[in-house]
Design a protein around this ligand. Structure first.
Ligand code: SF4
Length: 599
């Protein structure tokens, strides 16, 4: 019998001819991989051979739900999109929340996997057990938001839709996949779906799934809801993640002008406090969420007055990272990324790298300068249209630097090909390690090690064994939350997270899971991601940071100097590999201690 909260099956659809099949997921597989990111890495490992071309028809793209989706537990309406990234050549697993998660699961599947390539632009409809492809020629060139509306008008409003924008159709390597104004943003998942000639996936709920202990889940949901209104989530409710901007600036950890500085004079103009006063219009939340961290801001009337959701990461990447301080330029750039369907962090990082190249005379683009908002918007337009510098910038900073050469790789801001988020590694040493070793590259959502840096118990400028332990633990916690799935902004409300999460999982599934088992499951998921990457060609030197961060020091506002030497990073990476039970080169010692690893 399938555990509560699960259907015990994944749907695999071949976009080439519209056929589909069901893959049974037994109880052991579900218990060992949970759902979301954990189940996703298992599915893409099993459903394609090593070395698959991420933009080829054989590459699977998995929408993966979780046991908690559809329960009244706050922030549980999430799903993972998992695939081999065309940007990194390794695993990418993006989390997103919306009604798509609930509707997708209630088609009767724990995951929907797309393979193949349709002969013409198509919409994939999963209507319960009924699966079909419909032509979508009229949707070509449209934004994901416009396509979402149009697909629901055409097929029925009960359908929930995830779609790609023009960048996904065009194969921009950091194209996103969007739904309900939210994005599965990192690693180029939009390009993977675009390569399958699938413009949108529409799902309609046709069944129900019950938890093992409905009364217990309801009581837990009420308790969690109450706690979600407390101090641990106040920051997200009041100002949202953009509250980080001024705080990070004060701590000299706000990457500026492509990591040439860690403080930005223009930060006050972009701060949440300032924007909320002058541009704030509303607050919103994902489906099934009692926190509501979305803050909606508005362009000034002279720029059209459009509203948009704003987060710390898009403001960092399109603001300080590019040296741009005009709020209208940054907000408009963010809206343009949404319309094109591109990841703001990779777009901002790649453009910032290009700005530095242009200023150094390595690129013939005299118009492209740090601090120039019009240049930022032009660069985004060229990425969207494939003109001018667009084809180069569409590759992301790692590949673009390989084409430009002349030492530009030293300041290309990426790990494993994924552009760095807004956390300065030189002044956050635990986070530096978390970014270096993470399976999907430089990503703040898969490693929360910055919490240890900023918590006050560690010296964030003096990385060592305690920083390694923090990076391991926060990576494990992220793997658990991304697989259960719960929103990370809820993490502060749990006082004994492993035990509390195990209890929630037990209530939903009926399994008798304790804290130790759940922690072991999380470790297995982290290692499964590494195993996938090893199969796809990971090398020890991929667990590393860009040369600039190890060669140049930073003068901090406090008067201290922040530095991260190669020797210090080497010691922390070695410590991390040892803590994970890996050998001195980061490989598994035996095939049995590495799930899904076949040598
Ligand atoms: S806290 Fe924010 S990101 Fe998390 S589920 Fe709620 S609205 Fe969505």
């Amino acid at each position: 019998m399938t555990a509560g909260g699960y259907f015990g099956r994944a749907l695999v659809v071949d976009a080439t001819d519209g056929t589909s099949r069901v893959v049974e997921l037994d109880d052991r597989t579900l218990r060992e991989h949970l759902g979301g990111a954990g189940l996703g890495v298992r599915l893409i490992t099993d459903l394609a051979p090593g070395g698959v071309d991420p933009l080829g028809p054989d590459a699977p793209l998995a929408f993966v739900f979780s046991p908690l989706v559809g329960t009244p537990l706050t922030t549980s309406a999430k799903f993972a999109v998992v695939a081999k990234s065309p940007l990194t050549g390794m695993l990418t697993d993006a989390l997103a929340s919306s009604h798509f998660a609930i509707a997708g699961k209630l088609t009767g599947h724990d995951a929907i996997v797309v393979v193949g390539r349709a002969a013409r632009p198509s919409v994939l409809l999963v209507d319960g057990a009924d699966v079909r492809l419909e032509p979508a020629d009229d949707e070509v060139g449209r934004s994901a938001a416009v396509t979402e509306v149009s697909v629901r008008e055409r097929f029925g409003r009960a359908f929930k839709v995830a779609a790609i924008g023009p960048a996904g159709e065009r194969g921009v390597l950091y194209a996103t996949l969007s739904h309900d104004g939210r994005h599965a943003g990192r690693g180029g998942l939009g390009a993977v779906l675009g390569a399958k000639n699938v413009k949108a996936v529409a799902v309609r709920p046709r069944t129900k799934v019950a938890p093992a202990d409905p009364a217990g889940v309801l009581a837990a949901a009420k308790d969690l809801r109450t706690r979600s209104f407390g101090a641990a989530t106040a920051k997200y409710r009041e100002l949202g993640t953009l509250a980080n901007l001024l705080a990070f600036n004060a701590l000299s950890t706000l990457p500026t002008r492509n990591f040439q500085a860690a403080t930005f004079d223009g930060a006050p103009a972009l701060a949440a406090e300032e924007l909320a006063e002058l541009r704030g219009t509303a607050r919103n939340s994902c489906a099934s969420c009692t926190i509501g961290c979305e803050h909606i801001y508005q362009l000034s009337p002279r720029r059209g007055g459009r509203t948009m959701r704003v987060e710390y990461e898009n403001v960092f990447a399109l603001g300080p990272m590019c040296g741009v301080s005009d709020p209208d330029d940054v907000l408009e750039a963010s809206a343009r990324c949404d319309d094109l369907g591109i990841d703001t962090i990779s777009a901002g990082g790649t453009i910032a790298w290009a700005m530095e190249c242009a200023e150094k005379g390595l690129l013939d683009a005299p118009w492209l300068r740090f601090g120039d908002g019009a240049a930022l918007l032009r660069a985004l337009d060229e990425i969207g249209t494939g003109t001018g510098l667009g084809p180069l910038l569409a590759l992301g900073s790692r590949r673009a630097a390989a084409e430009v050469g002349q030492g530009s790789a030293d300041f290309a801001p990426h790990v494993k090909g994924l552009e760095l988020p807004g956390y300065e590694p030189r002044s956050l040493h635990a986070m530096a390690l978390g970014l270096a070793v993470n399976a999907r590259g430089a990503d703040h959502n898969r490693s929360g090690a910055y919490e240890a840096d900023l918590g006050g118990d560690l010296d964030r400028l003096d990385g060592g064994a305690a920083h390694v332990a923090a990076a391991v633990e926060t990576e494990d916690r992220a793997a658990a939350m991304d697989s259960l799935i719960l929103c990370k902004f809820l993490r502060g409300v749990f006082t004994d997270p492993w035990a509390e999460w195990a209890h929630l999982l037990s209530l939903v599934t009926g399994w008798d899971v304790d804290a130790a088992e759940l922690h072991e499951t999380a470790r297995r998921i982290v290692l499964s991601k590494r195993a996938y990457n090893i199969r796809e060609g990971w090398r020890p030197e991929d667990d590393w940071l860009p040369a600039r961060l190890l060669q140049e020091t930073l003068e901090m506002g406090s008067g201290r100097t922040a530095a991260l030497t190669p020797e210090r990073l080497r010691a922390m990476v070695d410590g991390y590999w040892a803590a994970r039970g890996l050998d001195e080169s980061g490989f598994p010692r035996t095939t049995v201690d590495m799930p899904a690893y076949d040598g």
